[in-house]
Structures are given as structure tokens and as C-alpha cells.
Design a protein around this ligand. Structure first.
Ligand code: MN
Length: 740
């Protein structure tokens, strides 16, 4: 949709200059050195280079680099080099100017950053997953060279997300998918919490527009009341802070729409039951680093004196900062009306590091050696993964993703060294984290003098001894219980090495066999052998020979050789001639730029609902165009769809449900505490009160607890939700959620 009507050229130029002055003002107000001259030149250069070009929205293109530069200074707090690179970031990609031009005009550093940004432009994910991995590798490599490349890339993405409305729907899905898959976790990893939240919220808004609107409305409805509750809660603490002479600021925060949505979905609870919508942040001024810790704990006592604290929700990120450098003290206390309120206590410095992440480290370079080394450790993991390349692109991405998403646990070696691992990590992960050699030969672990298996999940604080044996070697099933990217990559490459050795042995066996039978191992002959065992590659054949999975006897070889060769010859000349005959007829091609309406009533032959998530009318859906032009419809929230979105963006299709009267089978899983009459009440609620047709009902009870699977005929997803809400109101029912 293009709703932009350009104003007069003079007016447009005034808007551009004003946007630029805004960047300049923010820069001058910051405490960077004042290198205005080079910034001015970079802006003029970019403005000239993009002259006459417009964005999809109709706006002059230059407004985009200006907006990115504004984010770079105002939200990331970076300096002149980054601001210049932000102005110039699309110049090499989109205009006639070259990298040499930029180097000549602005020097090698800015040129290097622009080069990095140009190399990873056009989205991380291309049409093919191999391209996607390639681009992603480039991004990570440039990150380990100069982190500013990634920071500016994130600023670029943030502005593109803020202006996503002018894109076509299937583009929106691709960009939003990529954002959730890579950029938000990356921002999180770099400690850019605010930006991470905004990226997630924006992606959520385009993927589930209706749910987003609903949550935002409910949030604004309750705003006044929330303020009242928070004020009542912090009143007494303010008094104590004043008395103790603190200079401070208290901010009331609201959880992001995306995190509320996730909670509602994961716990299947309505908005009203999310208790930690409320959050308060205390930021205090502090000029003595030595007192920072003590002051945090002092403020903690101010909260604990007047309020009941939630025992399980104290988080001390001061003694052990997160890997991305985050430090703060978190507690949850009971506020007015029995509402739990999360409190974050931070010094001004901690707060800036939390908001700006790695970018803030430049500002506080002297005092943060410890956190920097944590971040360095993470970067080294990334370099390590890159040094052991995965041949399979999707494996590679999954491995990296593991590392981006995981939150951490902290465990100790017998000597007391601290090791950071992703949550859910096992004894084997720890072994690989300490040394590859330990990992390869690990047979068990010892925690508090108790022997535990390799697959034992570690808890924060465990002190773990690794037990090894020389006869141990990596097993394929190890991949199933390893959480860390490092262990995964190492195990895969070790297993592959095994495979390579076996393949080599199989090849020798084959060669010897040919020689002893006096057969010339021509291509034609080998093709016949492969066909005989329905194998695709020679490597497969060699591997099976080495593993004794096939036994090529002399007789068999003669048989194969004497077979008519005409058919194989034909096949070799045109390998598709046979397959074509049997392949299903192609569907008429779909126009990927259109939004398709799915009619629940009349079946469209080339539209199939995905078996993994079984969407029904009312669900947010998207289509994925298969090679034969059939369209598989997934829920937008489906894990598989998420993967497809980021891997095969160009094959996405915007799909919406039309109106229909047809009914769908939905399965609901219900858990509860058994009591007399509960089943009758359950059935009555659904069939009589809601008037819904129950198709099947399966109940399993052990002791007091029962699990029930119920299949009902419904018209759309909203009805299923209605059923769940009604069921949860029945006394004794603890869980009710649609499972398909
Ligand atoms: Mn850009």
C-alpha cells in the first residue's frame, strides 16, 4: 500500500535536512569527541548518492540511512565512525559508488565497516539454505572482526521493522521470521534488551496483528489502575531511600506484548491471570564502584522490610553477571491487591550496560574487564564453531541458534573453576567445554560424590568431576542430550571422521573385489551396482560394505554385470526420463505476491493443511509453496513454519481464512484433580452449555489425577479457546489446551 504523497521538492529537502540535524544534535549532546566535519561529509555523500531514489513507502531513500544513524547514536550510543558507516551503509549496495570511493573519502576503518554491512545485505537468508548459512557465517565473522558491523546491522533491521507496514505481506512474514529467528536472539546476546524487546514486539505485531491489538488494548485499559498499584507499592520504599540519602529514579514498566502473548500461549491462561505484568525498576546514582554491590543489597532490604518476597524469584546477577554483561538484582514482592511485582535494582552504570549492552562497554572500558572477558568467551565459541564447519547448512544454523537462545547455568570444576553452559546442559557438555579430549573419553560424572550418567542434566552451582575411560569414543546418540553448540559441533565432526575412515575402508574392499573378479570398475558398472541396492552415491555403497551391511558375492557381481545395459544407458543420458513419467502433475502456479483466501467450505485442491500444526479457521496462517506448486498451510506460530520462514522466504505465501460454515476436529488436552461428578460437569459444559458436538473422549486416571483427551467438532479456533476457558472454570480442572 502506497499512501505517501510527496510534498514539494523544497519541502522534502527541508524534511531531510531536519532529520539530519536531529542526528547531529543527538551526537553533540553525547559525550563523544566532536568530529562533526566527517559526519557532515558522510551525510552529504550519502544524500548525493541516493538522490532521486525512493523507498517502497514512497519516501526519499536517504531518510532510511538517516534513521539508522539516529538509532546508532541515540539508542546504541555509538560514535562518529559508526554514524558515518550508518549513513553510508547502503551506498555500495544500491548506488554506483564503490568501496574504493568510500575508502578514499573516509579512510579504511569506515570502508571496512561498510564492506562488512554490504556483504551481509539482502537478508541473512537467501533462497537456499546453503546461502543462508553462508551469509550468516559472514555476519558472525564480521562480528568477531568489528562488533560495530553487527550493531549497525541491528539498527538497520530495527528501522526496517519499524517501517515494515509498507511491505507486501509475504515479505513481512519473511522479514519478521528472520527477525525472531536471528536478530532478536543476537540483540539479546549482545545485551541490547530494549532493542530485542522492540524487535520481538514488532515481529509479533505483523505475525499476529489481531492478538497484538487485543493485548495492547488491554494494557492501555488498565494503565491508570496499574499506576495506582505501583505507587502504593513503592511509596514506603521511596521514604527509606530518601532517608538513606540515595539519589535515584523509580520507573514502572509493563511487560512487552510479545512476552505476554508467549506466556498466555505457553501456560494457556487469559491476560488477566498474568501476574507479572507489573514491574518496577530502581536506578540509583553511584560514584564509588566499591559500594555498588552493597547499595544494591541495601535497597533490597528496603523492599523486604515492608513486603512479602517471593522465595523462588531472587536473581543475583551482580555476583555472577550474565554472559552478555548484564548485572542487576531482581526480586519479586507481593504488592497491593495480592499482585506480584517484579523489582529490578541497578546502579546507573548497570542500567546503561543493560540497555546498551556491548555498546556501553566503550563508555566504561576501565571497570568492566570481567564482563568483557565473558563476552570474549562467547565470541570465541562462535569462532570455534566456524573453525569446524558443518557441511549441512541447517545443522549449522541450528547449532548456532542453540548458542543464541540458551540462557545459562554456572557449574564448577573440582578445582573450583567456573564454567558457563547453556541451561539444560549435561555432564557431557561440561566435559567438552573443558577439553575436547575429556569429552571424547567421558563415561560418567561425579556430583557430590554421587556417580551420574553422561546425560545427567546439571544445575547451577553443581561441582562436577568428569570420569573418563580410554576405550570410550563418541556415539551418535550423544547428539540427543548435548545442549551446547561446542559439544554438538565436536561430536558431529568426530562422527564424520569415523564415517570417512569407514568409507575409505569400504572403497578398498570394493576395489579388491573387482580385481579378484577381473571386473573393470567402469562408471556404467558401478551405476548398475548402485541401482541393484537402490543407493544414490558410491559413498553409501562403500559405507555399507565396510559395515558388512551388504555382501557382494562373486555370483551377484556376475549377475549384475550381465544385466541389459540399454536401460541404464538411457538413464545415464537422461536421468529424469523415468522419474518424470511417474511424478504427479504440477498444479497451476500460484502468484506469490497475492494474498490467498482459504475457503473452509469448498476444498481447494492445491491447498493442504500442514499435519504438524493442523491449522483451522481462526488461526493465523501462512502458506509455503512446494516444488509442485501445491501450498502447505501452517500456523504462523508453528515451529516448522518458523524454520521454513527463515530458510525459504521466497516460497512463502500470504494466506487468510475466508468465511465458512464447515466444522473441524480439534483435540483438547485436559488435566485435573478427580472428584465425584467432575466428568458429568465437563461433558455438560461442552455439549449443553456451549452446544458443541463431542466426537471422542479418552480418560486416564492415576490416583487423584486424571488426563483427558477430548475431540470436538468446532467451527474455528476461537470456539476452541472458548471451550478451554469454560473448562478451566470447572472446579478441579487445572489445564485445558488445544493440542491439534
Ligand atoms: Mn539499510
Amino acid at each position: 500500500m502506497n499512501t505517501y504523497t510527496p510534498p514539494s521538492p523544497a519541502e522534502e529537502d527541508r524534511i531531510i535536512e531536519e532529520a539530519y540535524q536531529d542526528v547531529l544534535r543527538a551526537y553533540i549532546a553525547s559525550n563523544h569527541r566532536k568530529k562533526v566535519e566527517i559526519i557532515e561529509r558522510a551525510f552529504r555523500f550519502a544524500k548525493e548518492a541516493h538522490r532521486g531514489v525512493r523507498r517502497r513507502s514512497g519516501e526519499p531513500y536517504i531518510l532510511h540511512p538517516i534513521a539508522v544513524a539516529k538509532i546508532v547514536i541515540s539508542e546504541l550510543g555509538l560514535g562518529s565512525t559508526s554514524i558515518c558507516a550508518a549513513f553510508l551503509h547502503d551506498v555500495v549496495e544500491d548506488t554506483e559508488f564503490t568501496l574504493d570511493d568510500i575508502r578514499n573519502a573516509f579512510g579504511p576503518k569506515i570502508a571496512e565497516i561498510v564492506d562488512g554491512l554490504t556483504k551481509i545485505s539482502g537478508g541473512i537468508f537467501g533462497d537456499r539454505s546453503s546461502m543462508q548459512a553462508e551469509n550468516f557465517k559472514k555476519l558472525l565473522l564480521s562480528m568477531s572482526n568489528d562488533i560495530r558491523v553487527v550493531l549497525i546491522k541491528i539498527a538497520d533491521r530495527l528501522h526496517n521493522m519499524r517501517t515494515l507496514g509498507s511491505m507486501r505481506p509475504e515479505k513481512q512474514f519473511k522479514i519478521a521470521g528472520e527477525t525472531l529467528y536471528i536478530y532478536a536472539p543476537l540483540a539479546h546476546r549482545l545485551g541490547l534488551f530494549k532493542i530485542k524487546l522492540e524487535l520481538e514486539d514488532l515481529a509479533f505485531r505483523y505475525e499476529h496483528p489481531q492478538k497484538y491489538a487485543e493485548i495492547m488494548e488491554k494494557l492501555s485499559e488498565g494503565a491508570d489502575h496499574r499506576e495506582e498499584i505501583v505507587e502504593k507499592f513503592v511509596g514506603p520504599v521511596r521514604k527509606k531511600l530518601d532517608e538513606a540519602g540515595f539519589k535515584y529514579e523509580i520507573k514502572a514498566r509493563v511487560k512487552s506484548a510479545y512476552s505476554i502473548f508467549n506466556k498466555m500461549r505457553n501456560k494457556n491462561i487469559p491476560f488477566e491471570e498474568i501476574y507479572d505484568v507489573y514491574a518496577v525498576r530502581v536506578i540509583f546514582e553511584n560514584d564509588d564502584d566499591a559500594l555498588e554491590h552493597i547499595k544494591c543489597w541495601q535497597i533490597y532490604t528496603f523492599f523486604s522490610e515492608g513486603h512479602r518476597l517471593h522465595p523462588d524469584r531472587l536473581r543475583d546477577w551482580i555476583s555472577t553477571p550474565k554472559a552478555n554483561g548484564y548485572r542487576a538484582l531482581h526480586l519479586t514482592a507481593m504488592g497491593p491487591e495480592g499482585k506480584w511485582i517484579e523489582v529490578q535494582i541497578r546502579s546507573r552504570k548497570m542500567d546503561e550496560i543493560a540497555e546498551l549492552g556491548y555498546a556501553a562497554h566503550w563508555k566504561y572500558k576501565s571497570g568492566v574487564s570481567e564482563e568483557e572477558s565473558e563476552l570474549d568467551a562467547w565470541m570465541n565459541t562462535i569462532k570455534d564453531i566456524l573453525a569446524h564447519p558443518e557441511p549441512n547448512a541447517i545443522d549449522f544454523l541450528d547449532t548456532i541458534k542453540l548458542n543464541l537462545f540458551a540462557s545459562e547455568i554456572y557449574v564448577f570444576t573440582p578445582k573450583g573453576d567456573l564454567v558457563t553452559l547453556p541451561a539444560g546442559a549435561t555432564v557431557l557438555d561440561l566435559a567438552f567445554a573443558i577439553h575436547t579430549h575429556l569429552g571424547i573419553h567421558c563415561i560418567a560424572g561425579k556430583i557430590n560424590h554421587r556417580l551420574v550418567p553422561l546425560s545427567h542434566k546439571l544445575d547451577s552451582g553443581d561441582q562436577v568431576e568428569i570420569i573418563t575411560s580410554d576405550s570410550q569414543s563418541p556415539q551418535p546418540e550423544w547428539l540427543e542430550f548435548c545442549k551446547s553448540a561446542k559439544a554438538q559441533t565436536r561430536i558431529r565432526s568426530l562422527l564424520r571422521k569415523d564415517e570417512r575412515q569407514l568409507t575409505a575402508r569400504g572403497k578398498t574392499i570394493f576395489k579388491e573385489l573387482m580385481e579378484s573378479e577381473g571386473i573393470e570398475p567402469s562408471n556404467e558398472f558401478i551405476t548398475k551396482v548402485l541401482a541393484n541396492y537402490q543407493l544414490k552415491t558410491r559413498e553409501e555403497l562403500y559405507l555399507m560394505l565396510a559395515n558388512d551391511e551388504i555382501n557382494l558375492s562373486a555370483k551377484e557381481l556376475t549377475d549384475i554385470r550381465s544385466r541389459r545395459s540399454s536401460m541404464w544407458k538411457r538413464l545415464l543420458r537422461n536421468p529424469f526420463s523415468l522419474r518424470k513419467k511417474n511424478s504427479p502433475k504440477k498444479h497451476p502456479p500460484v502468484n506469490r505476491k497475492e494474498t490467498y483466501i482459504l475457503h473452509p467450505d469448498d476444498k481447494q485442491p492445491n491447498f493442504i493443511t500442514a499435519p504438524c500444526c493442523t491449522p483451522i479457521p481462526g488461526d493465523d496462517v501462512l502458506g509455503f509453496v512446494e516444488e509442485d506448486e501445491s501450498v502447505v498451510v501452517h500456523k504462523v506460530s508453528c515451529q516448522e513454519a518458523m524454520r521454513l520462514k527463515s530458510a525459504y522466504g521466497p516460497r512463502l505465501l500470504a494466506v487468510e481464512w475466508g468465511k465458512g460454515s464447515d466444522s473441524f476436529l480439534a483435540t483438547i488436552s485436559i488435566d485435573g484433580i478427580d472428584r465425584l461428578g467432575i466428568l458429568e460437569e465437563l461433558v455438560a459444559t461442552i455439549s449443553q452449555r456451549l452446544g458443541i458436538n463431542i466426537r471422542s473422549l479418552n480418560i486416564e486416571a492415576t490416583h487423584e489425577v486424571f488426563h483427558c483427551k477430548l475431540t470436538a467438532l468446532v467451527d474455528n479456533a476461537d470456539t476452541v479457546e472458548e471451550i478451554c476457558v469454560a473448562l478451566l472454570k470447572i472446579k478441579g480442572i487445572k489445564f485445558a489446551q488445544r493440542i491439534s
